[in-house]
Design a protein around this ligand. Structure first.
Ligand code: UDP
Length: 409
């Protein structure tokens, strides 16, 4: 399977992965998160686990489960880590811990490397077996959230767990925290061979347009996102409304529910109300697994937005760039890592800024095309799955060899 990436992903990444796998062959690498469907973490794990297995790593993926109270709390922590003031009580944190304790009894956590994703399963570290540390096994906490400016107290509570890991991974340098453990920066990635990103024929794109009754007689603006306030769907509608005064176009807001996101429905209703009865605003609630359809919708669009006001990384930006689409993203979190302003897209700070850049693209298709092409190459060199696997294996191997100045492969 890794061979299929040859000619698509950078050769150096593939070679390094192969070398690292010679060293780590047969070892177990467990990932734990809180949902199998919805959002970027699940998106990546669905692709990364089988590829790691094919490379000879015993990769496993476990998902923790909780009750509604648990998901309400973890969504609150997510929001607070991204800067919202939320009210937390001791009993909420206790419940978070107890749910993790109950999960620990059901999950098999023994592995040579354990990568725990995000705050939901963070307390699992407290149940690490005593022998795990002695036997040079590594436990890493991986944060996918924009934690540049968390609300007061939430990080203090999270840190109680995070400091017990061997290392922490953040997506962007400015998310790093003061911690007594090693910290690494690893950006997320997209899989060029997945249903979400694979090349599609014009015929298939047309069929998807027909299936969802999307007319193609006007320019299409698109944002694909969970219905989450930090993705700013209302801001996208406002930008579209400004553009619409000058350029006839249609807006698609496509999203699907995530099992660990209890706020999605309320935000979706708010967005529907705000859109009113404008026939050129299409709001699509899609099943979580219709990756090929989303691929087609991205490919039929003229401008793709990710106008977030907080964003861990924003995989949808790289997905759009890989399809050579002109992109516009909020200047937050991981988005400016992907969008080199004026080169591979535009980053914006306001609704008006977004509207201005949409019009610039629509009025200058040749410029939009060139920026789209550069975007694809930028993603090829920086944000493909192979690069992320390279980074995970490298940091695992370096943690195993901690203390050595030079690690030979
Ligand atoms: N996504 C999807 N269907 C939707 C909405 C989003 O498949 O209706 C995918 C999207 O294509 C991307 C991921 O979910 O791969 C979202 O990742 P991102 O990093 O953009 O945001 P997150 O949801 O993790 O905050």
């Amino acid at each position: 399977m890794i061979k299929e990436y040859s000619g698509i992903a950078p050769k150096g990444d593939i070679l390094l992965i192969q070398k690292l796998c010679e060293k780590l062959e047969g070892k177990s690498f467990l990932h734990v998160n809180s949902t199998r469907e919805g959002g970027g973490v699940a998106e990546i794990l669905h692709r990364m686990i089988p590829l790691l297995q094919d490379l000879g790593i015993n990769a496993k993926w476990e998902v923790i489960n909780g009750d509604a109270k648990f998901y309400d709390f973890t969504k609150k922590t997510h929001n607070a880590l991204q800067g919202n003031e939320e009210i937390f009580t001791k009993s909420m944190w206790d419940h978070h811990y107890e749910v993790n304790k109950a999960n620990m009894k059901k999950l098999s956590l023994g592995a040579d490397a354990v990568l725990i994703h995000d705050p939901q399963p963070a307390p699992l570290i407290n149940f690490r077996s005593a022998s795990s540390k002695k036997r040079n096994k590594v436990w890493i906490w991986r944060c996918h959230i924009d934690v540049a400016n968390p609300a007061s107290n939430v990080w203090t509570n999270m840190k109680k767990y995070v400091k017990n890991y061997d290392a922490a991974i953040f997506s962007v340098a400015k998310f790093c925290k003061s911690l007594p453990i090693d910290e690494f920066i690893v950006t997320p990635s997209i899989d060029p061979l997945s249903d979400k990103n694979i090349e599609l024929s014009e015929q298939e794109i047309n069929a998807v347009a027909e299936k969802y009754s999307i007319p193609r007689d006007k320019h299409i603006l698109l944002q694909v996102s969970r219905f989450d306030k930090f993705k700013d769907p209302i801001g996208v509608i406002n930008a579209y409304k400004i553009v619409k005064k000058y350029n006839d176009c249609r807006l698609i807001l496509a999203g699907s529910p995530a099992t660990d996101d209890p706020e999605g429905e309320a935000i979706l209703n708010e967005v529907k109300n705000y859109a009113g009865n404008d026939p050129d605003i299409i709001i699509m609630l899609l099943p979580p697994d219709c990756h090929r359809d989303i691929n087609a919708i991205q490919r039929m669009s003229d401008v793709i937005l990710q106008k977030s006001i907080k964003e861990g990384f924003g995989l949808t930006v790289s997905e759009a760039m890989w399809k050579e689409k002109p992109v516009i993203g909020g200047a937050v979190g991981g988005i400016p890592l992907q969008i080199v302003h004026g080169v591979t897209g535009f980053v914006v700070h306001s609704v008006e800024g977004a509207a201005f850049r949409i019009r610039q693209y629509l009025n200058n298709p040749e410029m939009a095309r060139r920026m789209g092409q550069r975007g694809k190459e930028y993603v090829r060199n920086n944000f493909l799955l192979t690069r992320q696997i390279r980074d995970y294996l490298s940091l695992w191997y370096s943690l195993k060899n901690k203390g050595k100045n030079v690690i030979e492969l």
